[in-house]
Design a binder for this molecule. Structure first.
Ligand code: HPA
Ligand code: ZN
Length: 331
């Protein structure tokens, strides 16, 4: 299950150059290698600056289709069965790309991914928190013709100085329209932003949330309420939220009973897709079969799938784990 993935963050340098050539655009780096070499970030903002620039190559419906199909091929290779994709319409509509082309291209790919790979997926529209709430409200209205194609709304971009409280009205409106609600909080921002996302925005899942430990009463609450935290370990290392993966608090939080799930965030930029995140955590944090299974179960339960599909995925997971256990016991 991939529940925290920015589809624009799956744009590999090779595809960025191919799309730039198609549209006759110059990228700020001369070669694929130079662009990849620029993927060294001091913090969230330095990543976002490059990420939004590279998005300039996404110009039409077929670009969004190509981007998402490339992701689904990788997701299939990682045995992902369901993905809930974040997309940032403001990054594209501000450059003149129609909302319908963004959503249309992504939905075309989602339909093909289900046919070709059996992967189900949903779209979550994210508001850019560095922009005013009025822009988010206008974006939500502009998305209404596509209401049935979007499962929920989220909040991303630069967290510091842009608290969830800034978006109370647009989240209330989205809730009244029946959207599911999530928000990035406690990645670079303080634990207080996690509380705001829960209390003021009424979100069901927190994206990242790793700074919750700075508020022990909040951790108790997250445990009690089983609030999912969609944690992205390799992202947290790349953006220096944690110094090294071995220092990550996810294993400790999981052991305490926090509802942790693992995802890949912006895998083209952060050095790994979902399988890489799982393998790195197993190696660096000493997670065994029991914890890895718990992370997968948490993600199935935290997804926006209907209860019947969650039950099917849970039983498939248990069968796979049992087979794997049996095989590892055989000589
Ligand atoms: N954090 C906030 N906004 C983002 C991210 C992230 O990791 N990736 C893409 N937009
Ligand atoms: Zn994210």
């Amino acid at each position: 299950m991939e529940l925290h993935l920015h589809i624009e963050g799956t744009l590999e340098p090779e595809l960025a150059f191919a799309l730039a050539a198609r549209h006759g655009i110059a990228l700020p780096y001369p070669t694929v290698e130079a662009l990849r070499a620029a993927y060294s970030f001091g913090d969230l903002q330095s990543f976002l600056d490059l990420y939004y620039k590279t998005c300039d190559v996404l110009r039409d419906r077929s670009d969004f289709y190509t981007l998402a199909m490339a992701y689904f091929a990788r997701a299939h290779a990682d045995n992902i069965v369901h993905a809930e994709l974040f997309f940032d319409p403001q990054t594209h509509t501000s450059r003149g790309v129609p909302m319908g082309d963004v959503i249309g291209g992504l939905r075309d790919a989602m339909a093909d991914a289900e046919r070709r790979y059996g992967i189900t997926s949903e779209l979550i529209l994210c508001f850019l928190r560095h922009l005013p709430e009025e822009d988010a409200l206008a974006t939500l209205e502009a998305a209404m013709p596509f209401r049935s194609e979007i499962v929920g709304v989220g909040l991303d971009s630069g967290e510091r100085g842009n608290p969830p409280a800034k978006f109370v009205h647009v989240f209330a409106r989205a809730k009244s329209l029946g959207f599911r609600l999530v928000a990035h909080a406690g990645e670079e921002g303080p634990a207080a932003y996690i509380r705001e996302a829960l209390d003021l925005l009424q979100v069901e899942r927190i994206d990242h949330g790793v700074r919750c430990e700075e508020d022990p009463a909040l951790v108790e609450r997250l445990i009690r309420e089983r609030t999912p935290l969609t944690v992205c370990p390799l992202s947290n290392v790349k953006l220096r939220v944690v110094p090294r993966l071995a220092d990550h608090n996810l294993a400790r939080l999981l052991a305490r009973g926090v509802n942790i799930t693992i995802h890949s965030d912006d895998p083209a930029y952060f050095g790994g897709y979902l399988g890489d995140n799982f393998r790195a955590c197993a190696a660096e944090l000493g997670l065994g079969a029991h914890q890895l299974t718990a992370l997968c179960e948490n993600a199935i339960r935290a997804s926006f799938l209907p209860a019947t599909e969650k039950a099917t995925h849970l039983s498939r997971l248990r069968r796979a784990v049992a087979q794997w256990t049996m095989r590892s016991l055989l000589p």
